[in-house]
Design a protein around this ligand. Structure first.
Ligand SMILES: Nc1ncnc2c1ncn2[C@@H]1O[C@H](COP(=O)(O)OP(=O)(O)O)[C@@H](O)[C@H]1O
Ligand SMILES: [Mg+2]
Length: 266
């Protein structure tokens, strides 16, 4: 490993019921960066994020976070280091949004005590950062999908992790909230407080907000291709029309607008 902090993914493979989804993935995420996983449905983005967060044991390979093998860490330790926002899910529990955000503090609260003033402050502050303070007292199971998404992101921020893993964080959000979340995670990364690894579907968001893009393809299932990664690196290097065609099988045109690259479907 080049640096002594960050995430190192060392030869990760994963098969579900004998079907290979990830094959010998090696990559390194430097501290304080925004890394985007981009690729078609089913290429393994969610699977990879779950492996990084220690939720899913890989078939082989190791993940090191700040040089420590995640297999040697317990859930509390992992929660202090890494926040994970899964792909949007419904909840039937009648907790308030604030209660849900407070669960992000669990690794800081001793098992038998209640959240303290500091935990409440952190939870409110996190809700404010994602623009969701106004729904703090609403039942979590009654707010909209986008509002639940904001609450889950606030929950991860309240956790104050060094690494934030976000699985399609913008998928249920309106335009304003998409930009708000992406700008917020960028700000955290730029201030050196966090390393962000997220999966996105919008290639232009990936171009605008990432330091590094990992462009992935689907493998296995009779496909001859066994390499998940089409390209990985600086956004301008990865996001070429050839690579996009390799990932999605569609043709795109590259535009330069105000010094920035944007991608337009043909
Ligand atoms: N629990 C599971 N059991 C069996 N197959 C799964 C399971 N979870 C995901 N898969 C399969 O693994 C592949 C990758 O899934 P996933 O990581 O969710 O992809 P992505 O997030 O890129 O859309 C898909 O083909 C999916 O059907
Ligand atoms: Mg997914």
């Amino acid at each position: 490993m080049i640096s002594d902090t960050g995430i190192l993914i060392d030869g990760i493979s994963l098969s579900y019921n004998g079907r290979s989804v990830l094959n010998n993935i090696c990559m390194e995420f430097e501290k304080g960066r925004v890394i985007t996983l981009l690729g078609p449905n089913g290429c393994g983005k969610t699977t990879l994020l779950k492996i990084i967060n220690g939720l899913l044991p890989p078939t082989s390979g190791r993940v090191y976070v700040d040089c420590r093998d995640t297999r040697s860490m317990g859930p509390r330790e992992i929660a202090k280091l890494m926040g994970h926002v899964p792909q949007a899910q419904r909840s039937t529990f009648p907790f308030t949004v604030l209660d849900v955000v407070l669960t992000g503090r669990f690794s800081y609260i001793s098992p038998l005590s209640k959240p303290g003033k500091r935990d409440l402050e952190k939870a409110y502050r996190a809700l404010e950062m994602v623009g969701a303070l106004h729904i703090a007292d609403r039942p979590y199971n009654q707010v909209s999908g986008g509002e639940r998404q904001l609450a889950m992101i606030a929950r991860a921020l309240a956790q104050e992790p060094s690494f934030l893993l976000l699985d399609e964080p913008t998928s249920y959000l309106d335009f304003r909230n998409q930009i708000r979340i992406l700008k917020t995670v960028r700000r955290f990364a730029e201030s050196g407080l966090m390393t962000v690894v997220m999966s996105l579907h919008d290639p232009n968001h990936a171009l605008m907000f990432s330091d590094k893009i990992v462009l992935m393809r689907k493998i296995g299932d009779g496909l001859s291709e066994m390499k998940n990664i089409i390209a990985m690196g600086a956004p301008e290097d990865v996001m070429t029309s050839e690579n996009i065609r390799a990932a999605y099988g569609i043709d795109v045109e590259m535009l330069e607008v105000k010094g920035r690259r944007l991608l337009l479907p043909k």
